[in-house]
Design a protein around this ligand. Structure first.
Ligand code: SF4
Ligand code: SF4
Length: 381
């Protein structure tokens, strides 16, 4: 298949024209057994943690082995993944939305050699490169964002806390010990390119201080109208300041209106808001996307602030372990974390998880709080 145009011919301008930029159509990459059975699958089963079988009405079967990957991978790692796919799966593999890698084989005899190969690959220090798991009533990989590695507005790191939390929950990735699926996610600022708004447990990076205004450089580096327009709460207005005897164009921030989103910094590098004491982690819980048992739910803030504690984030790891252990011990079978909290009541959720309930946790946005508050005329919870 030709990936690029063989050259522009002015007489036939549409010949070999690439009409779109982006990934090629997904069905070009189907394993043959998937392509041949499209729309014919009867059922699937989880044979053991990390291993699924899909059975087609034609009698064909596909065995899928899911193993943990990482959001940010080296070229060496991706080459090794391709080598495994070439060796066992005729070159086919897929990534799940939570950065797991799935290798598929079309015959049961190919399954165990694939599992053994994956489980046997180790890093030099002895940890597993491709642990098999992440299915069903276990904890699957944590989907996360860019963090300090790449993005400009993070309030916490992404890969660092995720690695620390997943190391602690490794046995739950490899097993089926939970009442239902537990999805954990991380977004390193509240712009949330992770799925923190709808995960069972969510780790959210949060700034607590407004941007600092670098008056000396602001007018040279930024388009002031763009920075003002970027603010969703209209907290920025133009101002004139005197620096070194010169009158300069700059901006003023109304700190009481600022919600620390960092949008202005995206537009204007002279409005940084990263801050050692101000930045940290918010823990949210109880969200989900699935429609099973109850409708989808938003995650709710259950811990208003934890400090950034690189490199192993002990407070975050401890809090999430406590949440997971309490949920595993208390929830009914098939109940997601949010369904359990709603059944027993959020007051009891805080008692059982031993998390302090503070005024920071009360949802005071006008919408949708009017519909989600449990309230009387005397009390809102
Ligand atoms: Fe950047 Fe925010 Fe996305 Fe993190 S969540 S990568 S800080 S936009
Ligand atoms: Fe406005 Fe967000 Fe900047 Fe605060 S951080 S001034 S709310 S754009």
């Amino acid at each position: 298949m030709a990936f690029v145009s063989s050259g522009y011919n002015p007489d036939k301008p549409m010949e070999n024209r690439i009409t779109d930029i982006g990934p090629l159509k997904y069905d070009k990459f189907y394993p043959p057994v998937i392509a041949a059975n499209k729309g014919k699958w009867l059922y699937h089963e989880i044979l053991q943690p990390g291993v699924l079988v899909h059975v087609s009405e034609t009698g064909d079967e596909v065995y899928t082995v899911r193993c943990g990957g990482a959001r940010t991978m080296s070229v060496t790692m991706i080459r090794e993944i391709c080598e495994i796919a070439d060796k066992h799966c005729d070159g086919h593999l897929r990534f799940t939305t939570r950065n797991n890698i799935e290798f598929m084989v079309d015959d049961k005899s190919k399954l165990q050699p694939l599992i053994d190969d994956l489980e046997g690959r180790k890093f030099d220090a002895g940890s597993q490169k491709f642990p098999v798991g992440g299915t069903g009533c276990g904890i699957t990989n944590i989907v996360h964002t860019q963090g300090w590695l790449h993005c400009h507005t993070p309030a916490t790191d992404a890969s660092g806390p995720v690695k620390a939390v997943m190391d602690d929950l490794f046995d739950e990735f490899k097993g089926h010990n939970m009442p239902a699926k537990v999805k954990i996610s991380l977004a390193c600022c509240l712009n949330m390119c992770g799925a923190v708004h709808c995960s069972d447990i969510a780790i959210l990076g949060y700034h607590r201080k407004p941007p600092m205004v670098d008056n000396e450089y602001l007018d040279k580096m930024c388009e002031i109208p763009l920075a003002i327009a970027a603010c969703p709460t209209a907290a920025i207005k133009p101002s004139k300041v005197e620096v070194g005897g010169n009158k300069l164009n700059s901006v003023a921030i109304n700190n009481d209106r600022c919600m620390f989103c960092g949008n202005c910094y995206t537009m204007c590098p002279s409005l940084p808001l990263a801050d050692t004491e101000g930045d940290g982690i918010v823990i949210m819980a109880g969200g989900k996307v699935s429609n099973r048992i109850s409708p989808p739910k938003f995650s709710k803030v259950v811990v208003a602030f934890l400090p950034n504690e690189a490199p192993r984030w002990p407070s975050t790891v401890k809090t999430i372990r406590k949440l997971v252990e309490t949920y595993a011990a208390e929830a009914n079978k098939y109940e997601r974390l949010g369904e359990w909290a709603e059944r027993i009541g959020w007051e009891r959720f805080f008692e059982k998880t031993e998390l302090p309930f503070t005024h920071h946790l009360i949802d005071d946005f006008r919408d949708p709080a009017y519909y989600t508050w449990r309230q009387t005329s005397q009390f809102k919870f």
